[in-house]
Design a protein around this ligand. Sequence first.
Ligand code: ATP
Length: 466
Amino acid sequence: MTDKKSGQKTKAEPRQSGNPVMDKIVSLCKRRGFIFPSSEIYGGLNGCWDYGPLGVDLLKNIKDQWWNAMTFREDVEGLDASILMHPRVWEASGHVENFTDPMVDCKECKARFRADQITGLACGSRAYKGRMAEKCQAEGKFTAPRRFNLMFKTFLGPVEESGSVVYLRPETAQGIFVNFLNVQVSSRQKVPFGIAQIGKAFRNEINTKNFLFRTREFEQMEMQFFVQPGQDEQWFGYWKEQRMEWFHALGLRKEKLRYHRHEADSLAHYAKDAFDIEYEFPFGWGEIEGIHNRTDFDLSRHEEFSGKTLTYYDDANKNRFRPYIIETSAGASRSFMAFLIDAYHEEEAPTADGKTETRTVMKFHPRLAPIKAAIFPLVNRDGMPEIARGIVTELRSHFRVFYDEGGAVGRRYRRQDEIGTPFCITVDSQTAADRTVTVRERDSMHQERVAIEGLVHYLRKGIEGA
Ligand code: ATP
């Protein structure tokens, strides 16, 4: 769809994906404030999404877990490089020449597709409603594939001329490579060491699809580890294991994760070896992180294009070399989606009157859950709201918590289950007498009495120790 006034290509993601689980998750995300379509009141902007109040906290918690796992190590430093970089960076990296996808047009319905990814896509014309792109292809209606560069271009300064073209970075990695010596010298790190960075990346994908899986603006969490040539294979194996373990430790089910090794003929031009970590989404297996042995390709290319030496002097062995790089490159947005999908459960739960009902529960790892605890007064009298408010004030300096006094307690539990709050704390008639409350754990629904004074310790144990 084209907006008549602005001429801007729009057309938001179809409301129904055709996958019932995905549809439920997308709807929950909108209803509860995890994810909204970008610029929704204008009909949305294809491939762009906004993180709502709960989404922004879930995403931040994922990024914090990654950042801590990386930079709490002695051998990894942090970096936040600018999104706009010198245009020669993208010539050196090979993006100007190689960062392309094959694009085809359908002569019949006028839609445009990425030639190698048309499965499951609908034909673009209203006149052909319900028809799939594969049919157009089978009937020979596609043009021959053309190479389309995925980098977004813009201009530096007020004059729009070829000399002022810059790119929105399509990956965060290059900011790390060009800062290799700045970081190494300023932090006095010795090889082997790594540089970690989280930041936005932009790719003008021909077709976006599957909610957050393939978007035009997304976030990456990348760590480039610089090693001595000859030790690269050992470090590659090490990081491959570490990264899989990180996803397991934050609760992704083991059977939903697997490695996919790139065969020699499908390796990227810079890679000596590459594994993807894949998650089984409701629409199939998809990459959430790539681990690559990039050899010294990047540093040697930047040497060549910048004319600056990017080598390391190993003082202990009196040896100068250009390090090899082991890259771990995870999508924060794609990981977000994997954590969302893995957490989603529908199960039978008992009601207060002894029956059962279906509850939707997001079983986030407590460290990732946007809200750590909800506090309820059992009824809105007898001093219970005041005590509950006091608990909120006390806990708020430690965790993100939520106060709710609306409706039956059972309904309040369900509302928290649906957004993955691991603990619900209820103030009842016993509280005024003995300063204890009930704490209900989300997954087991088990309840126990805990002293108000011990709540911070109790919750911290439940969140950190889980
Ligand atoms: P794909 O083959 O799916 O396009 P890629 O191999 O190009 O991915 P990389 O360049 O290795 O991906 O990027 C590293 C990570 O960045 C990916 O594992 C993914 O999690 C994330 N990523 C890449 N492209 C996108 C996108 N368009 N939308 C969301 N996340 C993305």
